[in-house]
Write a protein that binds this ligand. Structure first.
Ligand SMILES: [Zn+2]
Length: 275
């Protein structure tokens, strides 16, 4: 079973309902902090999904190193430096090439303040098509997407397929423009959480508009679609109207706090938009 909590349904510019990228995904019970953008820790603790707070975070997965997707990595590591934390479990970080250099450069700024007090840090830069096997038979599979690279990630940015022990799939696009890799990854997915940064007419390179999401879904035919990474203009628009001419499956325009299950369960928390 996969549980996909939208902690932040926005992009770099926060609004009251759409804060920067942050997600808490559980695959067969394994918790994954996906893209700790600004405010991720606060929103995770507020969500109730991590009752042990930062002590309960053991696996962090990054799509890329832009600040709206990873700024709270600093907050997390600084919190784990506190002697008040109790967990001695390793903290595993997975991200694109450049993650290690990013952390080394943070250490130039903060010194030992970002070294977890009790926990060993395990850093992995994905080597595609590498995957991570999870307890219980699930796995995380990264794939390349099309987004402007930062200075450290020469291999660019990533999306992810989360697969549970029964082969059910939730796909997260990360930040991307239309690309074949995303279409392939999303094909027949049970849940596609896809960025839709701007309404049609305001699209920018490396991001998706409703029409582009619609064309993607027309080919990939995911079972359900959740729109995220909405900048303010997108959050204020009816994005689903731009998708409908291309794709007639269920599409939800996410807001912070929405919760989705694969397979779908009645406990989903999507009070703002009907599928
Ligand atoms: Zn972004």
């Amino acid at each position: 079973m996969i549980r996909f909590r939208i902690l932040g349904a926005g992009g770099a510019i926060p609004t009251p309902t759409h804060t920067p990228a942050a997600y808490w995904v559980t695959v067969d019970g394994t918790g994954i902090l996906l893209d700790p953008g600004p405010g991720a820790l606060v929103r995770l603790v507020q969500s109730g999904d991590a009752p042990d707070g930062v002590d309960g975070i053991e696996l962090v997965v990054l799509t890329h190193l832009h600040p709206d997707h990873c700024a709270d990595l600093v907050a997390l590591l600084f919190a784990l430096h506190s002697p008040l934390t109790e967990s001695h479990e390793p903290l595993r970080l997975f991200g694109p090439e450049g993650l290690r250099a990013y952390l080394e450069q943070l250490a130039q700024i903060y010194g030992r303040w970002l070294e977890p007090r009790h926990r060993r840090l395990q850093i992995t830069e994905w080597a595609l098509p590498e995957a991570l096997d999870l307890p219980g038979g699930g796995r995380i599979q990264p794939f390349a997407v099309d987004h402007p690279q930062d200075r450290l990630s020469r291999n660019g940015c990533l999306g992810y397929r989360f697969v549970d022990h029964q082969g059910r799939v939730a796909v997260f696009s990360g930040d991307t423009g239309a690309c074949a890799e995303l279409t392939t990854a999303a094909t027949d997915a049970d849940l596609l959480v896809v960025e839709c940064s701007a309404p049609d007419g305001l699209g920018v390179a490396g991001h998706l508009t409703p029409t582009e999401v619609g064309r993607l879904c027309a080919v990939a035919q995911p079972q359900r679609v959740v729109l995220t990474h909405q900048y303010p203009a997108a959050a204020a628009a009816d994005l689903r109207a731009g998708i409908a001419p291309h794709f007639d499956g269920p599409v939800i325009q996410a807001r912070d706090g929405n919760l989705f299950y694969v397979p779908r369960e009645s406990g989903e928390e999507n009070p703002w938009s009907a599928p």
